[in-house]
Design a protein. Structure first.
Length: 584
């Protein structure tokens, strides 16, 4: 009898728990935006705290209303429609949007004469119906597989039109607890990931470093950045015009600035702060990668691509995708899972055409190694630079940057050899943290663009960034402390010109002296057992996996000690363990 009672009680409890109703909402508020429904709907939050609701749903109000203004501060804006909402926006719509009818006019004040039919679509603004804000009389029906993006207009600005944006996702059923939000672009709302994956072996926290914090590592200063990483980074409008749609409370409008922040965050994630401290930044970075990847998938028909090389406008979107793919279990060279596809996102290929899956990222289009042909062509720089320099034979082989050097729409004549070329420093500041993070996390193969990495080694020394920099002290301190500990560092070029090019020289020991000269390297054995050179393969003669370092038990214990101290990366340690397993 006692046994039966013991059995019945937990069964009864399970039954009772199973009958408890799921959370329901008659309205949802986030970041000052409120969606009001006609009745209660099952609702909840994703890993990043964005909301979902089981639909289809009927929305009877979005606050603040999408209204018509006659005056924006001191600037007359007759007929300006503000606080718009869109469902499942698409990059292929280009600049056409439904958030604000004056979205882009701040770029040219002479355009302040409405309407702007090529820039704003009344039909895309689902927060209005029949010329008025939606209401109980004219509600909005939102089907399943929808992302409703609602915005608040930032009236006083003369650069960005939006103050804040929030996403409400309408699904056919409740997602698993801790799920990442599906991308806001397009109507595919398949959910592939949840935050529980981040605690699994070989994923998430397992793959992050524990480098000792540098003195300038922020503490309370990270709060505004954490807030931005809890908001959606609205970035479906391609090209430079997209900056006008970046809500000021969600993200920086200029890509230099939000690129710096993604670099800062990934470096911070690889320090020895607690996992609890890392979690909101990790979730925000992964969500950003998920959203960016979908925008790239949907941008294949764009004539110039999603984020082409446009001075300082198009950078910073690639690394979050690769980072998310790695954190969620992607494997280099594999393409079977969604995480694999994100981790192995291809580098732009000039042999492919618009319509092919050929991702366009500024980071892949601005860098190249200077050749003999470059020394024989004329360049004019960007915006009539006063110190314009042509390329010479002395520069052959150097990794270089050009504002619009490659792409479907390229202008290599805008290159400029001058250290002070317009936008050179802007792009360097924006991407130097990313370059360091790639090395620390051993993501060079996933990045797939060695000249980008070599150039930033050159730029750092060239611009004398080794000194304390008030503009980005955290990255400066992290670079000075850790760059020598990871990968191979581009140092110089061999003086011999062969076939119009020079081969590079690298420091793969971190001692400030080059120990690999690619002019003398024809196969992996020419690395002479240098483990970092074998891992990184700076001369591109590998793969060099077959040439394994002999790791004794004593040596392995030493490597583990280095890893604990933060001077050896997780992936490098894993390689040491594999070599140790093979025996000597």
């Amino acid at each position: 009898m006692c046994y039966i009672k013991k059995l019945i009680i937990p069964i009864l409890l399970l039954f009772l728990l199973g009958t408890v109703s799921a959370a329901t909402c008659s309205s949802i508020e986030q970041f000052g935006i409120t969606w009001t429904f006609d009745t209660n709907y099952e609702c909840g939050q994703f890993a990043n705290n964005d909301y979902w609701v089981v639909g289809p749903v009927i929305i009877t109000g979005i606050s603040p209303n999408s209204t018509v203004l006659e005056l924006s501060g001191s600037v007359p804006t007759p007929g300006r429609i503000v606080n718009g909402s869109m469902i499942n926006p698409l990059p292929e719509n280009r600049t056409l949007q439904g958030y604000d009818s004056y979205m882009y006019i701040w770029h040219n004040f002479s355009l302040k004469t409405p309407p702007f039919p090529e820039l704003y679509s009344e039909a895309m603004n689902v927060a209005r119906s029949g010329g008025n804000p939606i209401s109980e009389e004219t509600p909005l029906n939102v089907p399943v597989s929808s992302s409703l993006i609602s915005t608040i207009t930032d009236i006083p600005t003369e650069r960005v039109s939006l103050k804040v944006a929030a996403v409400l996702t309408v699904l056919s059923s409740a997602p698993a607890a801790g799920s990442f939000r599906p991308p806001y672009s397009g109507n595919n709302k398949t959910i592939y990931f949840d935050k529980n994956m981040l605690s699994e072996s070989g994923k998430g926290y397992d793959l992050l470093g524990t480098l000792t914090n540098v003195e300038v590592t922020p503490n309370a200063e990270w709060a505004p950045l954490q807030s931005r990483f809890s908001h959606v980074w609205l970035d479906h409008v391609p090209g430079w015009q997209g900056r006008y749609t970046h809500p000021v409370e969600n993200m920086r409008n200029y890509s230099r600035d939000f690129s710096r922040e993604t670099g800062d965050v990934v470096l911070y994630l690889n320090t020895n702060v607690s996992n609890e401290t890392k979690e909101p930044f990790l979730i925000g970075m992964i969500q950003l990668g998920i959203d960016n990847y979908r925008n790239i998938e949907l941008g294949t028909n764009l004539a110039a691509g999603n984020w082409p090389a446009q001075e300082g406008q198009g950078m910073g979107r690639k690394f979050p995708i690769i980072f998310a793919g790695r954190m969620l279990g992607g494997t280099i060279g594999e393409y079977s899972t969604h995480a694999d596809k994100m981790l192995n996102i291809p580098v732009w290929n000039p042999e492919l055409s618009v319509g092919d899956f050929n991702p366009v990222f500024q980071e892949d289009l601005q860098h190249w190694y200077i050749t003999q042909a470059d020394s024989e062509r004329e360049v004019i720089g960007v915006n009539n630079p006063p110190g314009l320099l042509q390329y010479t034979e002395e520069l052959i082989g150097f990794p270089e940057w050009g504002s619009r050097h490659l792409g479907y729409v390229a202008y290599p004549y805008r290159d400029d050899a001058n250290i002070n070329a317009n936008y050179r420093s802007i792009c360097g500041v924006g991407m130097i943290g990313t370059a360091l993070a790639i090395h620390i996390m051993s993501l060079e193969d996933a990045w797939g663009n060695d000249v980008f990495l070599d150039y930033h080694d050159r730029w750092w020394e060239w611009e004398d960034r080794g000194k304390d920099s008030p503009s980005f002290p955290f990255v400066t301190a992290m670079w000075n402390e850790y760059r020598d500990d990871f990968g191979c560092i581009w140092m110089d070029v061999n003086p011999n010109i062969v076939g119009g090019i020079r081969e590079s020289q690298y420091d793969c020991n971190g001692d400030g002296v080059y120990d690999v000269d690619c002019y003398l390297v024809s196969d992996c054995s020419d690395y002479l057992g240098n483990t970092r050179a074998l891992d990184y393969d700076p001369c591109g003669v590998g793969p060099c996996d077959a040439v394994a370092e002999c790791v004794s038990t004593t040596a392995l214990l030493g490597y583990i000690s280095e890893w604990k101290q933060g001077s050896l990366g997780m992936f490098s340690l894993m390689q040491k363990i594999e070599n140790w397993k093979q025996g000597c």
